[in-house]
Design a protein around this ligand. Structure first.
Ligand code: FMN
Length: 199
């Protein structure tokens, strides 16, 4: 079973993170899931299904919503320093921050490690593992651009939440799936959301 760390932070685009979680679970991955306080607020603002804040309640909610078991889905709180993702010896080989706020992106670029999301990303970088960040902001300041460049130079992949329109999307769900499909491609997980160019 492939294991992936997924963190949702407080940028707009909660649907990207939720759809990615759904697809990872449907593909049979084990997911270590974290969500920031700001992301909970964004989920409540952008969707009609707010998420509970406490990890146990969140786990129960997500297991019911996505029909998975607590063995497949691990939910960690912001200061759950004993979680596997906090250490290079236990963390999965891939981590995605989707959506990624510019605040968390900057903290990761600087190695702040002030909460478990930042620490898990720091672990991914130090262990030279796959780290994918999906920022959403516009316009971008020099600070954002500089942090994205330094993260890329450290080995992370910046995948802005900017769907293409060349497949003639018919709905918001199509636009969300465009971005999620590209992330799944990078994770090496089979997906049928979006045909590859040329297929
Ligand atoms: C509804 C809403 C939308 C937001 N959209 C964005 C956004 O698109 N990009 C971004 O970087 N921050 C956005 N923010 C601001 C972040 O949530 C804020 O900077 C927060 O401190 C990020 O914290 P986190 O990185 O711990 O999630 C938004 C906040 C709210 C409440």
């Amino acid at each position: 079973m492939k294991s992936v760390t997924l963190a949702m932070t407080g940028a707009s685009g909660a649907q990207y993170g939720l759809r990615l979680l759904e697809c990872l679970l449907a593909a049979g991955c084990q997911v270590h899931f974290m969500i920031s306080k700001a992301a909970l607020l964004v989920v409540a603002t952008e969707t009609d299904q707010p998420l509970p804040a406490r990890p146990n309640a969140l786990l129960a909610h997500l297991c019911e919503r996505f029909s998975c078991t607590p063995e497949q889905l691990k939910v960690h709180g912001p200061e759950d320093w004993m979680a596997a993702v906090a250490s290079g010896s236990g963390a999965p080989s891939s981590m995605v921050v989707c959506p990624a706020s510019t605040g968390t992106l900057s903290a990761i670029a600087c190695g702040a490690s002030n909460n478990l999301i930042e620490r898990a990303a720091d672990v991914a970088l130090k262990e030279r593992r796959q780290l994918i960040l999906v920022p959403r902001e516009m316009p971008l300041s020099a600070i954002h651009l500089q942090h994205m460049l330094s993260l890329t130079q450290m080995g992370a992949t910046i995948m802005p939440a900017s769907p293409g329109f060349y497949r003639q999307p018919q709905s918001v769900a199509d636009l969300v799936d465009f971005v999620v499909a590209r992330i799944l491609d990078h994770l090496g997980i089979e997906q049928s959301l979006l045909p590859r160019w040329g297929e």
